[in-house]
Design a protein around this ligand. Structure first.
Ligand code: PGA
Length: 248
């Protein structure tokens, strides 16, 4: 498969206050301005409270904005929740859905994730749908089947195939410093493409889980890996930029 323009996504999770978040975004914009035109797409997904301010900090730059989750409904009596359209209002282009931390800490099922995908696409956002196996599933040799099932169950029937990203994030690799070998990641990405059917040709499949400047080059040797979803290493502008540079 021909090499695509890669997608590098920062998942800040619940990190960043007003000053530190804006400073981090400005540092990244500075690097982007110095390296234009960029040979990759870069998306920052800060906590919802910072999206407006980060949007101002990146305005006019090639950096794009995303959210970390959204509700299934457009509006309604859902105290504390935020709809996909609310993020569109703030200039977001992407939204992460079905992250394993949402699945495990908030009991989100693949069926719920599929509804979020539908809501996100309806609002004009590109959902970044996360799937991944646990350490036990890896050990039992069921990774391929688990991932295939998760991909199918996490997507709605009326999917817009041109407006989707899948992130393969082995749960055991998130925040642990551990990672599958790049060729094993590539093998799972192929399984994901297979589960997507014809859409597998066009949907970017990115990898997340302990992506760091030191392992990024080896990851991006694999043409199957269309980009990275970066957690802790995205909180440092030099490190995050080094990962993006390695993707060229
Ligand atoms: P990590 O997180 O890079 O800190 O492992 C990745 C993620 O959870 O998206």
């Amino acid at each position: 498969m021909a090499k695509r323009r890669r997608l590098i996504v920062a998942n800040w999770k619940m990190h960043g206050r007003l000053t530190s978040g804006v400073t981090l975004a400005r540092d990244i914009v500075e690097k982007a301005e110095a390296n234009k035109p960029l040979e990759f797409d870069m998306v920052l997904c800060p906590p919802a409270t910072l999206i407006w301010s980060i949007g101002e900090a990146i305005a006019g730059s090639p950096i794009l904005l995303g959210a970390q989750d959204c509700h299934t409904a457009t509006h309604g009596a859902y105290t504390g929740d935020l709809s996909a359209a609310m993020f569109t209002d703030l200039g977001c282009r992407y939204v992460i859905v079905g992250h394993s931390e949402r699945r495990s800490q908030h009991g989100e099922s693949s069926e719920l994730v599929a509804k979020k995908v539908e809501a996100a696409q309806l609002a004009g956002l590109t959902p970044i749908v996360c799937v991944g196996e646990t350490a036990e599933q890896l050990q039992s040799g069921s990774t391929g089947e688990i991932i295939r099932q998760q991909v199918i169950a996490s997507l709605p029937e009326n999917l817009k195939k041109g407006q989707l990203v899948i992130a393969y994030e082995p749960i055991w690799a998130i925040g642990t410093g551990q990672q599958p070998a790049p060729r094993d990641i590539a093998a799972v990405h192929k399984i994901i493409r297979g589960a997507l059917g014809a859409a597998g040709e066009i949907v970017p499949v990115i990898y997340g889980g302990s992506v760091a400047p030191l392992n990024a080059l080896a990851l991006f040797q694999e043409h199957e890996i269309d980009g990275a979803l970066v957690g802790s290493a995205s909180l440092n502008s030099d490190g995050f930029w080094a990962i993006a540079e390695a993707s060229r």
